[in-house]
Design a protein around this ligand. Structure first.
Ligand code: 13P
Length: 284
């Protein structure tokens, strides 16, 4: 697990020079993260084994994280063998106590997780999670030594009303605690209307929101806000990954449905290498 946690640092190795030159704003390895949501029984762990095997065979130019249901974390971490990170999908803000059915960040860590998703729109929608609750969960993740993937995003009607930027700005203000750092956090922009729908925003729309999120982070956090990875999530698949990952300020992806199948997930991971190769070719 230590190997993986160490991977969440700014890129300095030679093989990522192309990504560094292309991503001047970040110089950081992209993060390709899966979110299995409420999917996965024991046989699904074979997908983790397959992804770990392909990472061993061809080390990716990205940090790889798969967030799984709590029931699978310990076994998934074993299958991953430290080659890919395993994360939780939610945590309670308290360390322990009388909260029947809840799981603390410390428990996720104890089970073998190195990260946790907080504030996913499905938790905000179905469990009434507010920005303040999400910020408390992010703080809990940091307290436990986990990377917090903090999710934000607008609904379809908010976008139609021209409020996408203001909604995301407000969610950053409310959901991101002070003290955010590159090694402890990522922000995931997931427009609700793109999740599981097969529809994605245009590259221009993604670029506009990511640039706004970056501005908000820099105003709020200074230099640290320049480095934190901003992931895009919502109907990312092998066929659109290259285009999405090439959008300025997109520092990776948070993938739902396509993360359930190793071959699809691997194809998205490979899109990072393809992007690096084509930028190298452009420089030659
Ligand atoms: P899909 O990739 O299935 O649209 O889900 C996105 C998501 O919600 C990831 O957190």
């Amino acid at each position: 697990m230590e190997t993986f946690v160490a991977a969440f640092t700014p890129v300095s190795s030679q093989h990522n020079a192309s990504l560094q030159s292309e991503q001047s704003e970040a110089s950081v390895r992209p993060l390709i993260a899966g979110n299995w949501k409420m999917n996965g029984l024991a046989p699904q762990l074979r997908q983790i084994e397959a992804i770990a095997a392909s990472v061993k065979a061809k080390p990716p130019l990205a940090d790889i994280l798969i967030c799984v249901p709590s029931t699978l974390i310990a076994r998934a971490a074993q299958c991953a063998g430290g080659r890919i990170g395993i994360g939780g999908e939610n945590c309670h803000s308290e360390m322990a106590g009388a909260f029947t059915g809840d799981i603390s960040a410390e428990m996720l860590k104890d089970a073998g997780a190195c990260a946790v998703i907080v504030g996913h729109s499905e938790r905000r929608q179905h469990h009434g999670e507010t920005d303040a609750m999400v910020a408390a969960k992010a703080n809990a993740a940091w307290r436990a030594g986990l990377l917090a993937v903090i999710c934000i995003g607008e609904t379809k009607s908010q976008r139609m009303d021209g409020k996408a930027l203001s909604v995301c700005g407000d969610q950053i203000a409310g959901s991101v605690p002070d003290g955010m750092t590159l090694s402890a956090s990522a922000v995931a922009y997931e427009p609700l209307w793109a999740i599981g729908s097969g529809h994605t925003p245009t590259s221009e729309q993604i670029a506009e929101v990511h640039a706004h999120i970056r501005r908000c982070l820099v105003v709020r956090l200074g230099a640290a806000g320049r480095e934190v990875r901003i992931l895009y999530g919502g109907s990312v698949k092998p066929s659109n990954a290259c285009e999405i990952l090439a959008v300025p300020e997109v520092g990776g992806a948070l993938i739902g449905g396509a993360s359930l199948k190793a071959t699809d997930f691997e194809a998205i991971v490979n899109a990072v290498s393809k992007r690096a190769e084509s930028s190298l070719a452009a420089l030659a």
